[in-house]
Design a protein around this ligand. Structure first.
Ligand code: SF4
Length: 229
């Protein structure tokens, strides 16, 4: 994404870009430079993936379970500040004036209300809030696939290129976090047999070693096969 955004900023015919951007991606200096370049070039930016959900079975949405100590700290901190963690994740992006809007999937009216409240709420996130989100991004980075498929592609055989691992992480995210089980299974079924049949027999050690998010790729592929095949 950072490379694509930086390239877009050098063109003179792009008015607006919808890009993934969230409290995790904003920690990446390359992404920051690319966003800045787009902004200076007068390109309107719209953020998607503000909640930064990933393939690891987690919580996203209002009724999601709070399972880990990190989750508890994040939720507790923002509740004391008067926001849900989901609202804070929207606010942190909209607080960045380089973004014109966020595009958020909402599965029910309660979530719509919560998100509208987050946008209309005048209070800004403080430096401490930003630090809390940054720390959370660091300690949970292996929950989130950043979509840098060229990196894990370099550690797997041709049958899984281009982008097959990154795709499977996305399908698992649809299943675990978006509750879109049918969609996840339909997409998984479109993987050619040649690649699908090898998924459980491959060694993902090299891809895992190169993954900047430290994702347990082999474990997640096995989970995807169990849930989606
Ligand atoms: S290298 Fe890691 S974070 Fe990047 S696409 Fe592959 S699995 Fe996802």
């Amino acid at each position: 994404m950072a490379q694509s955004l930086a390239a877009a900023a050098r063109l003179d015919w792009i008015d607006a870009i919808m890009t993934a951007y969230n409290f995790r991606l904003m920690q990446n200096p390359e992404m920051q430079a690319a966003v800045e370049a787009c902004h200076k070039a007068g390109i309107g930016l719209i953020a998607i993936k503000t909640q930064a959900a990933g393939p690891v079975a987690k919580w996203a949405g209002q009724d999601a379970k709070v399972e880990t100590e990190q989750d508890r700290k994040l939720v507790g901190h923002f509740l004391k500040r008067g926001f849900t963690q989901g609202q804070a994740k929207i606010k942190v992006v909209l607080q960045d004036e380089r973004f014109s809007s966020v595009c958020v999937g909402m599965e029910n009216i309660a979530l719509l209300r919560s998100n509208v409240t987050a946008v209309l709420h005048k209070a800004k996130l403080t430096h401490e809030d930003m630090v809390i989100l940054k720390r959370y991004a660091e300690v949970t980075c292996s929950d989130y696939c950043a979509g840098c498929a060229h990196i894990c592609d370099s550690g797997v055989p041709d049958a899984l290129r281009p982008g097959r691992i990154s795709d499977i992480m996305r399908y698992l995210m649809y299943y675990n976090n978006y509750r879109e089980q049918d969609r996840a299974r339909e997409l998984f079924a479109q993987i050619p047999n040649k690649a699908r049949n090898r998924l459980l027999s491959l060694d993902y050690g090299l891809a895992e070693a190169r993954c900047p998010q430290y994702m347990p790729i082999g474990k997640l592929i096995a989970e995807a096969v169990a849930k989606l095949a």
